[in-house]
Design a protein around this ligand. Structure first.
Ligand code: KIV
Length: 271
């Protein structure tokens, strides 16, 4: 928590320093001002304005209906109450089809308050990542299960299970890093692959169903509060269990990520 003293803003430099010192990075999603203020009070270092808002706010069954205008609106809402957390906003489906469109979309998110943008995909996105980084847009890549590709993948499935798929994913992560991505989210992959990619990269990895060895962890806020409808994915822990308030649950998430207690073995996938 040392980095939060005096409410100094969390910068990418601080996040990279935490990674170098092996301090786990805590990230949660938020889409509105109330939760943004609460996450700041609880000591979350990174807030992700995720396009998961398509599911949890808008009630869609996937993230593909989310538009750049909607992402801008929610980024503005989160930004207004943000005191010091680092803000990452998702580039939504079909908003980064070519470098020029990606820059337009990323600029809109940064004008709304984002410190970094996240986009889904690996080696096929390197031209776009490089174009954005060269124009001063910080980029987080997202590998593994790619929710924007759910219609192509035929469902939400664990990725990188075969030896070939695992080594291809490592290559993708290295390719994204080589063109300037400063962070990588790894979603729903075997814990052993999460460990391997984290060991091979020099930038932080943020896991969601990628095992305990990632540099940090992220969950969808509504999932970790146990209020999302339906059966939660295996990698989710209900932090309201045993806590009397949302604030206590989020503080417990921060403590458990920092100490390495979360995620446990039961939240991970085998290779
Ligand atoms: O949109 C989102 O919430 C995300 C997380 C699942 C990492 O991308």
């Amino acid at each position: 928590m040392g980095y939060l003293q005096g409410d100094k803003p969390i910068t990418i430099t601080k996040l990279l320093a935490m990674h170098a010192e092996r301090e786990k990075i805590t990230m949660l999603t938020a889409y509105d001002s109330t939760m943004s203020a609460l996450l700041n009070r609880c000591g979350i270092e990174v807030i992700l304005i995720g396009d998961s808002l398509g599911n949890v706010i808008q009630g869609h069954s996937s993230t593909t209906p989310v538009t750049i205008e909607q992402m801008v609106y929610h980024t503005e809402c989160v930004t207004r109450a943000n005191t010091h957390a680092f803000l990452i906003a998702d580039l939504p489906f079909a908003s980064y089809g070519d470098p020029v469109q990606a820059l337009d979309s990323a600029a809109a998110l940064m004008r709304a308050g984002a410190d970094m943008v996240k986009l889904e995909g690996g080696d096929w996105q390197v031209d776009i990542i490089q174009y954005l980084v060269e124009r001063s847009v910080p980029v987080c890549a997202h590998l593994g299960l790619l929710p924007q590709s759910v219609h192509l993948l035929g469902g939400y499935k664990v990725q990188g299970k075969s030896k070939d798929a695992a080594s291809h994913m490592l290559e993708q992560a290295l390719a994204c890093q080589a063109v300037g991505a400063q962070m990588v989210v790894l979603e729903a992959i075997p814990s052993s692959l999460g460990e391997k990619i984290t060991a091979e990269l020099h930038i932080p990895t943020i896991g969601i169903g990628a095992g305990p060895d990632c540099s940090g962890q992220v969950l969808v806020l509504q999932d970790m509060l146990g209020i999302s409808p339906g059966k939660p994915p295996k990698f989710v822990k209900d932090f309201m269990d045993g806590h009397h308030s949302i604030e206590a649950a989020i503080k417990s998430y921060v403590r458990e990520v920092k100490s390495g207690k979360f995620p446990g073995l039961e939240h991970g996938f085998a290779g």
